[in-house]
Design a protein around this ligand. Structure first.
Ligand SMILES: *Cc1c(COP(=O)(O)O)cnc(C)c1O
Length: 368
């Protein structure tokens, strides 16, 4: 049995009628920049996350970048980021002109380790940017406590956490602001690029709203040197349809995760993700670890099971950050994860048979 890593197209097939209706509504409206669809999605996404404001922007990277800009973070400032994340987290800080300061993760949850943050705070630190990696939120209480003690902002990178909860509260409501991506492969995915900022801070929301639209509130009156990073009304309309199915689709992923956690127990050397009691992950990825990861991946590929590595190169060792002059060993936990993590197939359209096939195949390999 062939098991694809992720079938994004299946999402369209399931919701075709609703999505086509939304598409026609926008096309017929004659209105293609900002406007009612974007505003409606912003209201609905804010309500879903349990916050008062949402601003739709072009993508997840821009969501993070515009918040940092709106806070006036730039040249000479430092922002604490996880050493293991998708590079967008770091790039948002670099785009603002500030310096990303990496902090190592907890090996079991993969998220930034709060116990290591304080040692990275300097008199230039302005913000902490935790990532809710793979769909499980970072441990936010200690992070917020450290931030409060040092007068720092907290920006959630929630790009992988649509609907995830921390102690009962949704991602996107756990810091001063959150940046969202609706890249097609995310748990709430558009049909192209899309992103948003959520926050309870009305002033911040207003500033991001101005920054996303050329620095203007009123057409041709430009208050600041802004950007062009607006959520498309077409994507907003399609996202509104998919939002109605997000909880159910996340539940389907959770059922697969339960099956994996149960079925893949006790395989020598195979490590499963740790879920703390306070976490309600939405399983953007199901990430296992194995010391001979490459061999395991090659064998799974040969047997028809699609997998991915998130991520093979930590940002500090990527060519993009060569300027840091970092060598292997600088962030050993992030590097160990990069060398051992493997993402198994998971998604709302992965059937029960497919999940069983993954369990059976991994078990038959004894992990490698
Ligand atoms: C996807 C992602 C982003 C960036 O989102 P884009 O919409 O692709 O710009 C940022 N951070 C993390 C952790 C992501 O997974």
């Amino acid at each position: 049995m062939n098991v694809p890593f992720l079938d994004v197209g299946a999402g369209y097939a399931e919701l075709r009628a609703e999505l086509d209706a939304a598409y026609h509504r926008v096309m017929d409206s004659g209105w293609y920049i900002l406007g009612e669809e974007v505003e409606a999605f912003e209201r609905e996404w804010a309500a879903f996350c349990g916050v008062t404001h949402c601003v739709g922007v072009g993508n997840g990277l821009e969501a993070l970048h515009l918040v940092l800009r709106a806070w006036g973070i730039g040249e000479g400032d430092e922002v604490i980021v996880p050493s293991n994340t998708y590079i967008a987290t770091w790039l948002a800080v670099s785009y603002a002109g500030a310096t990303p300061v990496p902090v190592e993760p907890n090996e079991g949850t993969y998220d930034i380790d709060p116990a290591r943050i304080e040692a990275a705070v300097s008199d230039r630190t302005r913000a902490i940017l935790p990532v809710h990696l793979y769909g499980q939120t970072a441990d936010m209480d200690p992070i917020n406590e450290i931030a409060a003690r040092h007068g720092l902002k907290v920006l959630e990178d929630a790009a992988q956490a649509h609907g995830a909860r921390y102690k009962g509260r949704r991602a996107g409501s756990l810091g001063h602001a959150a940046g969202w991506s609706f890249y097609p492969g995310k748990n709430l995915g558009a049909f192209g690029d899309a992103g948003a900022v959520t926050t309870d801070d009305a002033e911040l929301a207003d500033r991001v709203r101005v920054l996303r639209n050329y620095g203007s509130r009123v057409k041709y009156l430009n208050e600041v040197k802004g950007f062009n990073s607006r959520l498309d009304p077409l994507q907003a309309a399609l996202l509104r349809v998919k939002l109605g199915h997000l909880d159910e689709w996340n539940a389907r992923r959770a059922a697969i995760a339960v099956r994996y956690l149960e079925g893949l127990r006790d395989i020598p050397e195979l490590r499963l993700p740790r879920v703390p009691a306070w976490a309600e992950p939405i399983w953007h990825q199901f990430v296992v670890r194995h010391p001979r990861r490459d061999a395991l991946q090659a064998t799974l590929t040969a047997q028809g099971v699609g997998t991915m590595i998130h991520y093979p190169v930590p940002p500090h060792l990527s060519t993009a950050y060569a300027e840091l002059g970092m060598t292997p060993g600088a962030y050993p936990i992030a590097e160990a994860l990069a060398n051992t993590v493997l993402s198994l197939p998971i998604g709302p359209h992965l059937g029960r048979d497919a999940a069983e096939a993954v369990v059976g195949t991994v078990r038959s390999l004894g992990g490698a």
